[in-house]
Design a protein around this ligand. Structure first.
Ligand code: NAP
Ligand code: GLV
Length: 308
């Protein structure tokens, strides 16, 4: 079995993880010239360049080293009939739950106010409000969104969740469609975005939709940056309609060091670290998937027409 790996930043880490997981396979890291006539059966990749698929023409299946496939499906060279498998959970759902709960508690317990007050040496306690008054709206109820919804609900907050197809999840008011989105926006004191970037989700959170949130609400974005129109968010932060935000993902990463979001005291910026891929567990899933494929069964692949 031949496996080609590509990860621009972490080539050695991923190549050795794939070699350890498939000790009998011939595993190589892709390089434009070096792999000229060496054609693999499987690819384990993250954000490859367009030439990757022009050169690797014998692939049976592509494994994505993360969940988001936005940069992959954007490649014209990706063959339409080549199955792409994204990671399903593998512990990222737990990392993301921790990230969201941290952001939620930060605002719910007024730590945004206290960090400002500390700058002024101002000892001013605030009354703790009821969790029942802090409905959390979660956009995206996939493997990660569902786990986050459960963690937030288990912490005692009311949860509304929105997805493309209808869902039933204990402790979550699950909605879908335009009406469902409208309902969620109007009732969420905390809005959590866990949607992928697709043609239907890009700029979904704009001036018109964000204005539907109740006055003084909070935004947490762990999904993808381009789901939010940043100028609208900045306007609404300025007016106080949005009290604060915790943002992990941005339309252009790394976030430009001159971007005003860095200096906005109402915003917490993290450098796309909410839920990094746990490589060992990812490789366990990929090994199990390859075993199924070799037996003639195909695990769930992404729907390229939907973009996720
Ligand atoms: P997933 O299993 O693919 O779930 C995606 C969810 O979004 C599904 O519930 C899907 O609805 C919903 N959705 C997609 N398009 C929609 C639309 N047009 N309208 C309404 N709902 C829509 O993905 P996941 O594992 O939950 O991960 C979600 C996203 O998190 C990833 O795509 C990635 O962008 C991001 N992520 C970020 C980090 C980080 O470190 N910041 C790490 C991992 C992942 P259905 O259920 O009806 O299909
Ligand atoms: C990270 O953002 C991922 O999509 O896995």
């Amino acid at each position: 079995m031949k496996i080609i790996v590509y990860n621009k930043k972490n080539s050695e880490l991923w190549t050795s993880a794939v070699r350890d997981a498939f000790p009998d396979a011939d595993v190589r890291h892709w390089a434009k010239e070096a792999c000229h006539d060496w054609l693999a059966d499987y690819a384990v990749i993250w954000q490859p360049p367009a030439e990757f698929f022009q050169q690797q023409t014998q692939l049976k299946v592509v494994f994505n080293q993360g969940v988001g496939v936005d940069s992959l499906v954007d490649l014209e060279s990706l063959p339409a009939d080549l199955p792409v498998l994204k990671l399903r959970g593998v512990g990222m759902e737990e990392y993301m739950s921790d990230y969201v709960i941290y952001g939620l508690l930060h605002f719910y317990r007024d730590f945004d106010y206290y960090s400002q007050q500390q700058l002024d040496s101002n000892w001013q306690p605030h009354k703790i409000s009821k969790k029942s008054e802090w409905t959390v709206g979660i956009l995206g109820l996939g493997v990660i969104g569902k786990a986050v919804a459960k963690a937030v609900s288990d912490s005692g907050f009311p949860v509304i969740g929105w997805s493309r197809t209808e869902k039933q999840i204990d402790g979550v008011k699950a909605v879908s469609g335009d009406e469902g989105l409208d309902h969620l926006l109007k009732h969420s004191r905390v809005l959590v975005n866990l949607l992928p970037s697709t043609p239907s989700t890009q700029k979904l959170l704009n001036q018109k939709t964000l204005e539907k949130l109740p006055e003084g609400s909070v935004l947490i974005n762990g999904g993808r940056g381009d789901v939010i129109e940043v100028e609208a968010l900045q306007n609404l932060l300025e007016t106080g309609h949005i009290r604060g935000a915790m943002l992990d993902v941005f339309e252009v990463e790394p976030l430009d060091n001159k971007h005003p979001l860095w200096q906005n005291s109402r915003v917490i910026v993290t450098p796309h670290v909410a839920a990094p891929t746990p490589i060992e567990r990812a490789m366990e899933q990929i090994v199990a998937d390859v075993a199924l494929i070799e037996q003639g069964e195909m695990p769930p692949a992404i729907d390229k027409s939907l973009g996720y």
